[in-house]
Design a protein around this ligand. Structure first.
Ligand SMILES: Cc1ncc(C[n+]2csc(CCOP(=O)(O)OP(=O)(O)O)c2C)c(N)n1
Length: 349
């Protein structure tokens, strides 16, 4: 029987300073960019919602860095995965252009801010926030299997609320039966909008569900970057080696509202002071200093470089125009690319 529910230990098995530094910088870039975007939203410069990944950056980056775009891995990020998107290769300017409605952006300003992606690069635009996202990534993996492509892993991101939907159960069951090389990252941030976890599921840890589906599960402190990197590296390697779907549950707290329109008044002080209420960026910053991998001066230097980078990207996107309705074809972007034969296996090829 497959090994199930691998509870991650407190100590990471191996670590490299440069890998950890790189992960931290993506986390910092995501945080600073999202804070800038939130302030533009409050100033009325962003149309649509702004959803932040505050508190989830370590978990997000852990999955994205474990995937390998050059091998054809696919990644299905969600609304709180700015850090992972950047780590998987999204250009900051593409994120800024989408939020600011520039026609130069990857979705030509037609899609919701977080509904962006690049199918050719393996980054699947999210179709819904909830469980149906899994089937889209599974479909991509099955397609690659039909074409004989091997050793490819798909990573898909979910929240705890997604695990309460029927689509989650159907998709997990199918992935288990097909033994898909799928890593399902569930960020248990203790809330689905304003519904707390205790009103959503009765098991002690969502990872316990892995046993019922016959798949392997991993439970990790999502505020600890070392453990996140370690856990996702292990889960991805097992998926690639043919051990089937891997359910990775990260325990953390959403350190913001559901979106910037929500003040999160329902998140109690007790939860904020709880074991998973700490800020993963602060934890990682301290770890960099304590391990001697970086000094606080160095981290300050990165912070100001990143602030500059974010400023340049947002200013550039703000100067660009929106789409001209008379020039646009209004076809779905993926369809245009299919028609042009740009997607592997498409009729045009
Ligand atoms: C089928 C469906 N029902 C409801 C919604 C509205 N909705 C969007 S996000 C969300 C809560 C998601 O919570 P969770 O999965 O825990 O993710 P989190 O926001 O905490 O990251 C809901 C109910 C939706 N997008 N799709």
């Amino acid at each position: 029987m497959a090994e199930a529910n691998i509870k991650e230990g407190k100590e990471p098995l191996c670590e490299s300073g440069s890998h950890y530094q790189a992960a931290f910088r993506y986390m910092l870039l995501a945080r600073i960019f999202e804070e800038r975007t939130a302030s533009l939203y409050r100033a009325g410069k962003v149309v649509g919602g702004v959803f932040m990944g505050k508190g989830q950056e370590a978990f997000s980056v852990g999955l994205a860095l474990a995937l390998d775009q050059s091998r054809g891995d696919v990644y299905g990020p969600l609304i709180r995965d700015q850090a992972g998107r950047l780590a998987f290769g999204e250009a900051l300017i593409d994120a800024a252009r989408t939020y600011l409605g520039s026609v130069e952006g990857p979705m030509r300003a037609r899609d919701g801010n977080v509904h962006r992606g690049d199918i050719l690069k393996g980054m699947i635009p999210m179709i819904s926030h909830l469980g149906s996202h899994i089937s889209v990534v599974s479909g991509r993996l099955i397609g690659k299997r039909f074409r004989g492509q091997k050793d490819i892993v798909g990573g898909v991101c979910l929240g705890d609320g997604a695990t309460s939907t029927g689509a989650f159960h159907e998709a997990l069951n199918q992935a288990a039966i097909e033994k898909l090389p799928l890593v399902i990252a569930v960020a248990d941030n203790q809330f689905a909008y304003s519904t707390p976890s205790e009103r959503q599921f009765a098991c002690a840890d969502l990872v316990d569900r892995a046993i019922g589906y016959g798949i392997e599960g991993h439970s990790v402190d999502g505020t600890d970057l070392s453990l996140c990197l370690e856990t996702f590296a292990k889960a991805t390697a097992r998926a690639r080696a043919g051990h089937g779907p891997q359910l990775v549950v990260g325990h953390l707290l959403r350190l913001c509202g559901h979106g910037e329109h929500d003040d999160a008044a329902y998140i109690s002080e007790e939860k904020k002071q709880g074991a998973f209420g700490r800020d993963c960026i602060e934890v990682a910053r301290q770890h960099l200093i304590d391990s001697g991998w970086s000094t606080s001066d160095e981290i300050e230097q990165w912070t100001s470089e990143i602030q500059q980078q974010v400023e340049e990207a947002t200013l550039c996107a703000q100067r660009e125009s929106g789409p001209d309705p008379f020039q646009e074809t209004w076809q779905a972007l993926a369809t245009t690319r299919l028609a042009e034969g740009l997607i592997e296996g498409s009729p045009g090829q």
